[in-house]
Design a protein around this ligand. Structure first.
Ligand code: SRM
Length: 560
């Protein structure tokens, strides 16, 4: 194993905070108990993240005053919830949140708009439902992703169970979470175990930055594997899961005007037998722990360690930590990244329905009452399962023949037509939440993209490509939360009404897009796309997708 080099640059403020209170308890319980306190201190804001909570304020109302509210994110490995758990999330969103549930790009649910007095009851109820929010945010391993299609084979079920095992194995061990949110008391710091607490895996300072892991079963890349710090690509031979190809070093986050930050796709490093998956996950995490940059949070992701030290070094480092050699990468190929929408029958004979959720926001709107419809399904069919997807959709799974038509009817009664859900372009578009909740957002995203997609469809029809599918992703800032750098068309917020335009991702999410225009104003987006679509329609080869055309023609032209 290599020795990490010691930097003479000072540690970041977050490092000192973690080092000072490794239980992550901060002074959260005291502020929580104080009815006069509207918000937490800036130090506690950082600790709260490890508990799955973000302190936000309503940016629509900032000009009047700061209205504090909280975003809470679940830890839901693989995005799987029982009907009973779903009902708890639904109830809590109505009772304590803004009446919506937001499916995230990592298969979780977020509550938005929770006020401080609702925080304690909400957290307690989630935990009572045997779900938690621990490590959904913070400098730790985040929600572990897993393939969406419900368990239709033993191998698929095994992959899902491995994802859960890895999620559990990489959890921080602090007692503070349980003490504050379940028992409702401050962590007893007089207790020696708490006073001298050092996490056995993470140490005193946890990771230099967030860490993200995903499992995938080719040929579907429905979790966007290459955007993750750690990826396990299932290798299934003759119906048996034999092991995984290890991928590492992916990440999207960057900052405008800072060339030292960039999106990067994970490298595929080698093969491991299935029984080593937890050991390898721990080893990769500890490489990040030991070699990530703790002096600059913008440079602290595992992707920079791989980029700067090389894949060969990384492989040797992981091998030294697990005590065995990784095998050669086994062949695999991805053919899609999309969710299966509509009804499908699994190999086990059970049905599942993929439901498109506009921008991942489960809500009731006019005649489309998705939230009430899903709730009715959960109430009336307690044996079903809900699966959240990385494309911000939801799957109702584990449905038998008798229930299938009845569920269709329940959804239809709420204005949700399983057979005709939306247009291809809307189904291929995702955006991050951005305004008014996200403190980092520079431009609109979730509230702007649906209307823009309507207009883009209009332009496509005019130039003669009405039935095309183009993956569009929008974010309000360059952090990459909706993974715009993997999209065929990516919009990255630069300021109010202004976006950087990225082009050239592909249908399998296996190629990074590139900047096409540094900045387009809202009014310039449609004229810019119209020009591109006209060229695409004229120059495309048979069956060629927009992203492939863009990469083939625009990049070659730029390089010439
Ligand atoms: Fe993200 C920060 C929302 C997936 C990269 N992300 C944030 C925060 C918490 C803003 C903040 O720090 O105050 C956003 C809260 C917005 C809100 O109001 O809800 C936010 N990120 C989201 C979600 C909800 C977007 C969505 O449309 O679903 C996703 C929650 C996933 C989950 O369940 O855990 C979400 N974020 C991602 C992804 C995609 C992924 O993981 O596959 C990325 C890119 C991959 C990566 O990590 O590189 C991503 N989020 C970031 C970053 C940039 C990190 C970096 O490398 O610098 C930030 C900023 C930060 O951490 O300082 C960020």
């Amino acid at each position: 194993m290599s020795e990490p080099s010691i930097s003479d640059k000072p540690l970041t403020r977050n490092e000192l905070l973690k080092q000072g209170i490794p239980t992550l308890a901060g002074h959260i319980a005291a502020t929580l108990a104080d009815p006069a306190a509207e918000c937490f201190s800036s130090d506690d804001e950082q600790f709260l993240k490890f508990h799955g909570i973000y302190q936000q304020d309503d940016r629509d109302r900032r000009k009047i005053a700061k209205h504090y509210m909280f975003m809470i994110r679940g830890r839901i490995p693989g995005g799987v919830l029982s009907a009973a758990q779903y009902r708890v999330f639904d109830d809590l969103a109505t009772r304590h949140g803004n009446g919506t549930l937001r499916i995230t790009t990592r298969q979780s649910f977020q509550f938005h708009g929770v006020v401080k007095r609702g925080l304690g009851p909400l957290m307690k109820s989630i935990n009572d439902a045997l779900v938690d929010t621990l490590a959904a945010c913070g400098d730790v391993n985040r929600n572990v992703m897993a393939p969406v299609v419900p368990a239709i084979s033993a191998a698929r079920q095994e992959v899902y169970e491995d994802a859960r095992r890895v999620s559990e194995a990489l959890l921080p061990q602090t007692k503070a979470y349980h003490s504050i949110w379940v028992e409702g008391v401050q962590l007893n710091v007089e207790d020696a175990a708490n006073r001298e607490f050092v996490d056995p895996l993470y140490g005193k300072q946890y990771l230099p930055r967030k860490f993200k892991a995903a499992f995938v079963i080719p040929p579907s890349n429905d979790v966007d594997l290459y955007a993750n710090c750690l990826g396990f690509i299932a290798i299934i031979e003759d119906g048996r899961l034999v092991g995984y190809n290890l991928a590492a070093g992916g990440g999207m986050g960057r900052s405008h005007g800072n060339e030292a930050t960039y999106p990067r796709m994970a490298d595929v490093v080698g093969f491991l037998p299935k029984d080593k998956v937890v050991d390898v996950a721990r080893a990769v995490l500890t490489v990040h722990r030991d070699f990530g940059d703790r002096t600059d949070r913008k440079h602290a992701r595992l992707k920079y360690v791989l980029q700067e030290r090389g894949v060969g070094w990384f492989r040797s480092e992981v091998e030294a930590r697990v005590g065995f050699r990784l095998g050669p990468v086994r062949p695999f190929a991805f053919t899609s990244q999309s969710d299966l929408l509509g009804w499908h029958r699994g190999l086990d004979g059970r049905w599942f329905a993929g439901l498109w959720v506009d921008m991942g926001r489960v809500k009731d709107k006019d005649d489309q009452r998705l939230k009430a419809g899903l709730r009715a399904v959960a109430d009336q069919f307690p044996g079903v399962e809900f699966r959240l997807t990385a494309n911000q959709n939801i799957v109702v799974a584990n449905v038998d023949d008798a229930a299938k038509d009845a569920i269709t009817a329940v959804l239809m009664a709420h204005g949700v037509d399983v057979a005709r859900q939306s247009t291809r372009m809307h189904q291929a578009s995702i955006a991050c939440p951005a305004l008014p909740t996200c403190g980092l957002s520079l431009a609109e995203s979730e509230r702007y993209l649906p209307g823009l997609v309507d207009q883009i469809e209009g332009v496509m029809a005019e130039v003669g490509i009405p039935d095309e599918e183009i993956f569009i992703r929008m974010t309000g800032c360059p952090n990459g939360c909706a993974r715009p750098y993997m999209a065929e068309i990516g919009f990255v917020g630069k300021g109010p009404g202004r976006y950087q335009l990225w082009l050239g991702g592909n249908a399998t999410s296996t190629r990074l897009a590139r900047v096409h225009k540094e900045m387009v104003k809202e009014a310039e987006i449609l004229p810019e796309l119209r020009g591109l679509f006209v060229r695409f329609a004229a120059e495309r080869t048979p069956g060629e997708r927009f992203g492939d055309w863009a990469a083939r023609t625009l990049w070659t032209a730029a390089a010439a």
